[in-house]
Design a protein around this ligand. Sequence first.
Ligand code: KG4
Ligand code: ZN
Length: 363
Amino acid sequence: MSVILEKPGWWAYTISFAIADSCVAMDHPPVTVFLAIESSCDETAVAILRGEPGGITEVLASEVASQIEEHREHGGVVPEVASRSHSLCLNGLVEKALHTAGIGMGNVDVFGATMGPGLASSLLVGSTAAKAMSCVSGKPFVGVNHMEGHLLSPFMDRSEVPPHVGLIVSGGHTLLMQVRGAGDYLQLGSTRDDAAGEAFDKVGKMLGLPYPGGPEIEKAARDGDSLKYDFPRSMMQGGELDFSFSGLKTAVLYTLQKNRDAKTEDIAASFQAAVVDVLVEKTMRAAKHVRAGVIGLSGGVSLNRTVRDALSARCEKEGLELAVAEPGVCTDNAAMIAFAGLLRFFAGFTDSLDGDIDPNLKL
Ligand code: KG4
Ligand code: ZN
């Protein structure tokens, strides 16, 4: 391993491995079938992808078993309910994915799983299952960061992840990342309190809407007046790239307490408009800051049409390319985990079966 590059991303590692001892064969790269398990929160997911270094990755199967109904009566995710449900449906989901892909377990070359961030008891179910399959089959195991899955998900249909600024807006995170290449990331901004999706869910609860609140607020907002309430857009001053949504959430609460006859649709539309303004402004600011020409948008909140349309319009105006994750890979899924895992594998990384999960794993 004689080539040392400054701040190497995975592609740089790939070069050094190839030069050293052919850990990854660069000339005629093998086609690899990767089976990944995602179980970081309340979706159990199994996906099988086939790919080769520098090629377009093919999704052979992507199965998701959502637990939303089980958690709905509690108004949020209950960790023990989540981990029990993961362990009950995982075996069937693996079989279903193999069936959909039209392959047997013996055709899988690498196993992977989400190692964090997420709920400890949920992460343990998926990662232990994937490690067990790896152990029994003698095939390698690759641990994946859930946030990296989201981050790379807008580029699953490309042969290369371009340098870009990635905005991840999910239930647990709001992150602005500078991506210099696969595996080479710099955090530009994150939330100081609630994540964007969390704010949607909490405001949904205040409005008496079912869990999760995000899609429900989007629905209600269609018939509302987004100018009716002037909710705060926090931390917009200077060049600030961090986010804060707790003041907005409190403003919604006070407005509801003061205006008993406030229309749900108007609150939803005005709240959504405030979130969108902040997300779009900070993303454009980040792109300008690092001179990025491409923006990636991912995570559950990226399903929101108003978020997509507003960011798309600003990108068009500023001459930037916008890559948005396909709807099927916006909320939690295993295809994005397998994609990130495949890139890690092609870069020469595998992980020990003794490695632990990390509920607070950072990108
Ligand atoms: O990425 P994800 O599945 O989970 C995490 O990794 O956290 O995102 C789930 C979040 C939830 O907070 C949900 O309310 C939000 O994404 N969400 C939406 C929409 N669809 C899902 N938020 C706003 N508008 C939507 N259409
Ligand atoms: Zn997620």
